[in-house]
Design a protein around this ligand. Structure first.
Ligand SMILES: Nc1ncnc2c1ncn2[C@@H]1O[C@H](COP(=O)(O)OP(=O)(O)OP(=O)(O)O)[C@@H](O)[C@H]1O
Ligand SMILES: [Mg+2]
Length: 220
């Protein structure tokens, strides 16, 4: 379970506080599939980064199961991220001039996984995304949908219980977007908690619940 209590993320802009998130309270249960919606600049990515312990916050409390995330140092944060969270970030954040296989192996480099096991786990994740034939191809030479599949393979390779995805279908045509959403649905069906930031009604319709943010506040 992920639980935010009165969380605020405050930037100082021109000497004044700017609330990217203001008093956000939110609970996401294990195995839920949740959409996060709102206009550009509303705070969706900020929320996702805080949920993923990628970003800190100035006020409030965050509980990940029984762990009080506020109290963790940066090493402990990295550890809990690795163990619990798979990310599909807004810009894919793949290493373009490296192969799909290299990209999917990347999260394991920090996990002391033996090399051969790293390769077989990465190949297995690529297989699940039907990308095994593209393993040796550089991602720069792939289509948007293929790159997104590599990004999802990377997000699932550590077999974390939570997947956080920021606009995973943002740059895709509607039929490729539907394929990607079927993948998230399947991962959710396997028990993973899935949180997806999206602008798209079709994407939100795959989710059990929608959280809408406006100016850093949850409005629904
Ligand atoms: N480093 C920063 N310094 C100051 N303000 C920031 C910083 N990062 C984000 N913001 C502001 O916080 C607000 C929320 O940003 P965020 O990236 O969460 O929006 P978003 O809802 O994901 O938008 P989009 O749909 O365009 O991706 C925006 O007004 C943004 O300008
Ligand atoms: Mg964003």
């Amino acid at each position: 379970m992920l639980k935010l209590e009165n969380v605020s993320k405050i930037y100082v802009v021109g000497g004044k506080p700017f609330y990217a998130l203001r008093d956000v309270s939110l609970e996401i249960g294990d195995g839920e599939m949740v959409a996060v919606r709102g206009r550009s600049g509303a705070g969706k990515s900020t929320l996702l980064h805080i949920l993923g312990a990628l970003d800190t916050f100035e006020r409030g409390d965050y509980w990940m199961d029984d762990v009080h995330v506020n109290e963790l140092n940066s090493r402990q944060l990295a550890k809990i991220r690795n163990r619990k969270i798979g990310f599909v970030l807004q810009d894919f954040s793949l290493i373009n001039h490296k192969t799909a296989l290299y990209n999917v192996k990347a999260p394991m480099l920090f996990n002391n996984v033996p090399y051969r096991q790293m390769k077989s786990k990465a190949m297995q994740a690529l297989c699940e995304m039907h990308m095994e034939s593209q393993a040796k191809k550089d991602v720069v030479n792939m289509s948007g949908g293929q790159r997104q599949r590599v990004a999802i393979a990377r997000a699932i390779v550590n077999d974390t219980p939570i997947i956080l995805a920021d606009e995973p279908t943002g740059n895709l045509d509607s039929s490729t977007a539907a394929e990607i959403m079927e993948i998230f649905k399947k991962l959710n069906g396997e028990g993973k908690t899935v949180v997806i930031v999206t602008h798209d009604d079709a994407v939100a319709s795959y989710c059990h619940r929608t959280i809408t943010i406006s100016d850093g506040k949850i409005i629904e």
